[in-house]
Design a protein around this ligand. Sequence first.
Ligand code: ADP
Length: 729
Amino acid sequence: RPSDLDGLPAGVAGHLEGEGIEAFYPPQEAAVEAGVTAGESLVASVPTASGKTLIAQLGMLSAVERGGKALYIVPLRALAGEKAREFEAFEEYGVSVGVSTGNYQSDGDWLGSKDIIVATSEKVDSLIRNGADWVDDLSCVVADEVHLVDDAHRGPTLEVTLAKLRQRVPSLQVVALSATVGNADELADWLDAELVDSDWRPIDLRTGVHYGQSLHLDDGSQRELSVGGNRNQTSALVEDTLADGGSTLVFVNSRRNAESAAGRLGDVSRRFLDGDEREALADIAEEIRGVSDTETSDDLADAVERGAAFHHAGLAREHRELVEEAFRDRLVKVVSATPTLAAGVNTPSRRVIVRDWQRYDGDAGGMQPLSVLEVHQMFGRAGRPGLDPYGEAVLLANTHEELEELFDRYIYADPEPVRSKLAAEPALRTHVLAAVATGVARSRDALLEFLSGTLYATQTDDPERLESVTDDVLDYLVANDFVEREDGGLSATSSGHLVSRLYVDPMSAAELLHGLEDAENPTPFGLYHLVARTPDLYGLYLRSGDRERYTELAYERETEFLGRMPSEFEENQWEDWLAATKTAKLLEDWANELDEDTIAERYGVGPGDIRGKVETAEWLLNAAERLAGDLGYGNTKAVRDARKRVEYGVGEELLDLAGVRNVGRKRARRLYEAGIETRADLRNAAKPVVLGALRGRRRTAETVLENVGHENPSMADVRADADAEAAAR
Ligand code: ADP
């Protein structure tokens, strides 16, 4: 039990026991025996929801107690806040916690004063590139969901970050948490770590496939559902679980499917609600509507009122949190989700249904089966220890052949081994530049030496392949003036340093610089198109009808494009160009003050996606401005203005006002309509006009005046000017 352990900060063991951790789970005990509280590196490969977080906490807390500092690397930005809140419970025992999120590099020094730091691998990588020296004080680093080194897009950053940290601090303790994978021993080899490899779970898991009227289970048994008839399989299973007092998590393969499934499943769950539940759900639905006035928000609220919900990465954070909480509180009975939910959020449920076992994959050009590892992670969300007698996870089959295929493919199969994706060129491009710019590698040999500390090097049986891609990448960086090669030595140019610190893909930076080189008076649309064609901002998908629509638009606005427009015969480039045109148009609509709902509908995206594109564009335009400034280009002001317009989502005439805190795009427009056009106007305006333009909201008006530096912002006894109020409606 926790109180038997030496080396934790005083009070922590008691706290853990108070939280219900009375005895360690077997994998936790094995981790302690392997030395996790004594500074030993460890790979813990155990199923979802089997207590990995506690293993990490034991490592970090004992490191802090020895006077060290710990870093917890989360797989998703959305999880950083959640993990930090979890660890903040230890602040009471003198352990300080800091979380670092966001695109910009602002909070480095403040972080250095914390005992436990939570961040994504991208953020850690960026902090290192920008010279964070607290990295040298680390004694323990946790890599959560380390099997994600297998991810083609994000894996290499995690891999390289771990290699860098270990190079900086040779004695560093690495605690790597992994789902059960096929080759945990290789991960342990790579990290010179002890291994805890277990498939123990705190609650029994039954897995199976539903076909026809029956559930076929992994122990060979077969059982009829309590509800018969010709119902849709998912609905029948959800109803069967509800009849037994349990909740269901349904995994589907797209956001759209998650939304439509929740609509349908609400017809089932609504029949199982009692009066109190209906009331509580109506309150939550109201809260959901209050987050934003979009269609997604409305659909979600409608579903929640009926005891169902959907969950995906396109939702606003507040929406996601409300859904998770309502599901944990057992008010929402069924959630349809995309697989992101399986990855981190702790939302167990009696039954898990993996409805879609295939997903559209653009790179592979069609539907592809999910990996065993992914499906088993979804399975792992089944069963709430202490609440359910067991968890049950099922796949759905339409034919007898499919029933057999699913058993072979997922039920009886072992998860795949994790393979490094570092040798892919885009990944190496950015990490090689960073290694050169930060002085980790001052020569080709030093670079190869550094790369030999990666999982890739541990796994490859063809070391020449890494050498040859590295050489290609170096050639690319030299050709684009980011790196200089002299007498066998490597150094970064001024642009190269800047690109590494700004954390943009060198290929994005090259694209931005080529586009800006001869652009005298770039328009916002031209600049949005430029950033939309960089690899850092994936363009929107073209849907049916889009090709014609955006071809027309591309010719109409041809003179605004920066750089050479491909011809329609260069098919791939043309397709990318149109996708960027669509994205640029979305950004322009946003900067022209179109409301979010209209944009969401016009482009077939969720409000979360709009924010995502806007933030990324803002970040890339900031990078573009800095790069252009560094090379002395004369168009930095145009770039800055275009950036501010997407940042605030307003027309040029509102830039001054929208920058005032608490004003924002809608209020800026209302003030403007009432004749208040600048910050100076706002300071000098008659208070009744300000109050009227802000629709009579006194508190808001006072805050706004305060933020603009008004001497006496009080609105006591002020009456809203009727004309201004009418203009604001
Ligand atoms: P994982 O990270 O492996 O997916 P978590 O660490 O989130 O799983 O643990 C799942 C749940 O189990 C959490 O609610 C946690 O508080 C609880 N838990 C972990 N260890 C124990 C334990 N030894 N005794 C009781 N509950 C535990």
